[in-house]
Design a protein around this ligand. Sequence first.
Ligand SMILES: [Zn+2]
Ligand SMILES: [Zn+2]
Length: 437
Amino acid sequence: MNLQAPRGTTDLLPEQALAFNVLEQTALDVFSRYGYALIEVPTFEQLDVFVRGIGQSTDVIGKEMFFVYSMHAAEKLAAGETLKADERLALRPEATAGVARAVVEHNLVPPGAAPAKFWYAGSMFRHERPQKGRLREFHQIGAECIGAAEPTADAEVIIMLMRFFEAVGIPRQAMRLLVNSMGDEQCRPAYREKVREFIVAHSEQLCADCVRRAGTNPLRAFDCKNLSCQQVLVDAPKLRDELCDDCRQHYQQVKDYLTAAGLSFEEAPRLVRGLDYYTRTVFEVQVVNGLGSQNAIGGGGRYDRLIEEFGGKPTPGLGFAVGMERIQLALEANGCANRMQLSPQVFIVVVGAEQVSAAFDLALRLRDANIRCELDHQARSLKSQFKLANKLDAQLCVIIGPEELAQDEVKLRMMETGDEQTVASATLTETIRKILP
Ligand SMILES: [Zn+2]
Ligand SMILES: [Zn+2]
């Protein structure tokens, strides 16, 4: 029997693992400048964390969770017993809920304190039908700013996200930034009722899901993937026209800050998040090329009611999450994926088996001097050693032969030009350092 990676998972082979690592390094670099600190929350949590953070009526909770049972809990379940809350565990489908739980548990944002700003990176899990760009274990980078209600915080988060995308190599002109305001508890209920009435009035042109949503959460109809539904909903009432004065002013200031920062954006009146705790600003970044209908590479919004869901004091907040697989697809679709590998800078070639131990010593010395160095452990023919050096894309070869060894010298070959020079062993590290970029 051949064992395979589970459906919907993927091995990050070195090239992709390195590319993901570079995304995380870029996030660290960019987000640190905005005062965001790295946080790591568990890969699994009590199911209730996700139910509170994501909402019972969502597909994520209803259909896509991976549950985690200890053997003891599984036996209780099989015996028809009820599990205690801390035995009902699930793999995280996103990280915001875990961060919110941690913020409340550790009282990271006491009343009156400056906002706490976090970013994270890691695996998330959803039991979806696997398709291009959608995996059951996927990777996200995200950020959360908790404790700030001001429009500068919204603008800062959005600008930081766009700077991150540019820093990883997605050209600015290849992206579209969509923004909207979802209002708040003052103005949204009346709007929701208008959308419900609209759906009921157009129920014959909409899919069953949309019609069903009219009863529970009409705004989620805007997430419907059916083109025919989207076409009908173009004419639905727009929240932009129903915002209360506070929300309208907040939204205007966010847009003003984005404009002042030189970001172009489009207002997207049908961009909504279906959950009650989302308030005011929502945003999404799409790529223009390549990803088809699944063209979003990241998005987020303000969730001023979320922390209360976890039993905290009313604490405003907002955040975003970006899919690392999506970013890679976007980079490839736009022809700007970095085909990276950390090739050795120096490859050591030995003329005969007698020089192997000298080569081994030299390799250690170069590595201790922070130079990436490789040699052929199998000590095959000269020709195959050079072939391997080429395959690994080494920049320099150090050649050790009997005469060189006797003179305490080595030959240094530039792989690109084939130029060779003889260098005293004692000054080799220094010489290599001067040559390498
Ligand atoms: Zn629909
Ligand atoms: Zn409002």
